[in-house]
Each structure stands twice: as structure tokens, then as C-alpha cells.
Design a protein around this ligand. Structure first.
Ligand SMILES: Nc1nc2c(ncn2[C@@H]2O[C@H](COP(=O)(O)OP(=O)(O)OP(=O)(O)O)[C@@H](O)[C@H]2O)c(=O)[nH]1
Length: 208
């Protein structure tokens, strides 16, 4: 049932991946349907986030999408941006093998900070408009995603190809996993004094 604000739920989605793969560009394309050329888009410092409504099967969801800096020296708030996430998009650049090979490091970080096994993960190969410079085939990435039990999609923030679909598929999977976003029913509104203050349990995504 929708809350008084009209939203079924607020979902937290993170974008992670190496610097320059196009995380900020994917976010901008999805929320503002625009694309900034090379010189106009600055490297993300720390964390940025945008809020976007999404209608799914007649119900309204509020998405908070967090864009994190790919560059090591700007990554100071790691555990706080993983906290409460229900979906994570791991981005690589199809024209840059290093960004694909380093997905393994991003999975390691995810395992460190996000211990909820239900969190929905999606690998996204960006910049498919650079077909002549492509070094990671769709087939290779699909095989890796299958092995990692992760959703997979290719897209281009520049041409908009696949961008909306990526977010929609991720949100659909989150919605199909109620343990990620539905609050556990409380037997009463009383405070349970028998429960330890910090028992490590959380109602939302990551237990971090
Ligand atoms: N050709 C092409 N270029 C893209 C695409 N997406 C992003 N770019 C370019 O790639 C560069 C990096 O994009 P960003 O969105 O800043 O990358 P980022 O992953 O957010 O980088 P950090 O903030 O450093 O982590 C910019 O010059 C973008 O214009 C795409 O789909 N196609």
C-alpha cells in the first residue's frame, strides 16, 4: 500500500565502476535525458545523487540514485553510500578492457560493504556507440555476468540506447524481491525492551 506521500517505496540504487566509464553520464541521461560532452562533465568528487520517480505497474516508486566517484582518491564515504542500497549497477566501458577486468575489484568492495545477499546487481557495458573501439564483446560480458549471478545490459549514455531499460530492469527485480524494501510488520508500536539495542538487524538493503 502506498504511503501518505503517494510512494509505494523509496529505493536506493548505486552506480559504481572505474573512473571515466560514464556513471555520471548514465545518471544524467536517465534523469534529465541529456548528455554532456567530454569537456563539460567533471569527475565526481565523493558522492552525488539524484531523485527520480518511476511508475511500475501503476505504482509510484521514488528512486534515489547515487553516483560515486570512480577515482580512488575521492572515495572517502564508502560504507555510508552502500548503507541501505537495494540495487547496484556496476559499470564498465566496452572500449576499455581494464574497466571490465576491474569489475572483480568492485564485486570485492560490494561484498565488503554490502552483506545482504538479496541486493540486486547489474553489470552495464557503457559506450556501445564506440563500436569500432569495442574490445569487450557482448558474449564475453554475458558469460561473466552469468558466472557472477548478475543482470547484464549494454547501453550508451551518449545515444540513450539501453539506459532506460537498464534502470527499469533493475527496479523490476528489486520490486520482485520484497525482502529488500518491505518493512517487517511490527506486532505493536511498543518498544521491545527485551531486544538488544544494536542487534545488527536492519529492515532495508545492506547490513553495513
Ligand atoms: N562515446 C561515449 N562517451 C561517453 C559515454 N558515456 C560517457 N561518455 C564520456 O566518458 C567520459 C567520462 O564520463 P563520466 O560520466 O564523467 O564518467 P564517470 O564514470 O562518472 O567518471 P568519474 O566521475 O571519474 O567516476 C566523458 O567524457 C563522457 O562524455 C557514452 O555512452 N559514449
Amino acid at each position: 500500500m502506498a504511503g501518505i506521500d503517494g510512494y509505494e517505496a523509496t529505493l536506493k540504487i548505486l552506480l559504481i565502476g572505474n573512473s571515466n566509464v560514464g556513471k555520471s553520464s548514465l545518471l544524467l541521461r536517465f534523469t534529465d535525458d541529456s548528455f554532456l560532452p567530454q569537456d563539460d562533465i567533471a569527475a565526481t568528487i565523493g558522492v552525488d545523487f539524484k531523485v527520480q520517480d518511476m511508475l511500475f505497474e501503476g505504482k509510484k516508486y521514488k528512486l534515489t540514485i547515487w553516483d560515486t566517484a570512480g577515482h580512488e582518491r575521492f572515495r572517502t564515504l564508502t560504507s555510508s553510500y552502500y548503507r541501505g542500497a537495494q540495487g547496484v549497477i556496476l559499470v564498465y566501458d566496452v572500449s576499455n578492457r581494464e574497466t571490465f577486468d576491474q569489475l572483480e575489484n568492485w564485486f570485492d568492495e560490494l561484498r565488503t560493504y554490502c552483506r545482504n545477499k538479496d541486493v540486486v546487481k547489474m553489470i552495464v557495458g557503457n559506450k556501445v556507440d564506440k563500436e569500432e573501439q569495442r574490445v569487450i564483446s557482448r558474449r564475453e560480458a554475458e558469460a561473466y555476468a552469468r558466472k557472477s549471478h548478475t543482470l547484464f545490459l549494454e547501453c550508451s549514455a551518449k545515444t540513450r540506447y539501453g539506459v532506460k531499460e537498464a534502470f527499469e530492469e533493475l527496479v523490476k527485480k528489486i520490486i520482485e524481491t520484497p525482502s529488500l524494501w518491505q518493512k517487517r510488520p511490527s506486532p505493536s508500536n511498543n518498544i521491545d525492551l527485551t531486544r538488544p539495542k544494536d542487534d545488527g538487524k536492519q529492515d532495508d538493503g545492506c547490513n553495513c
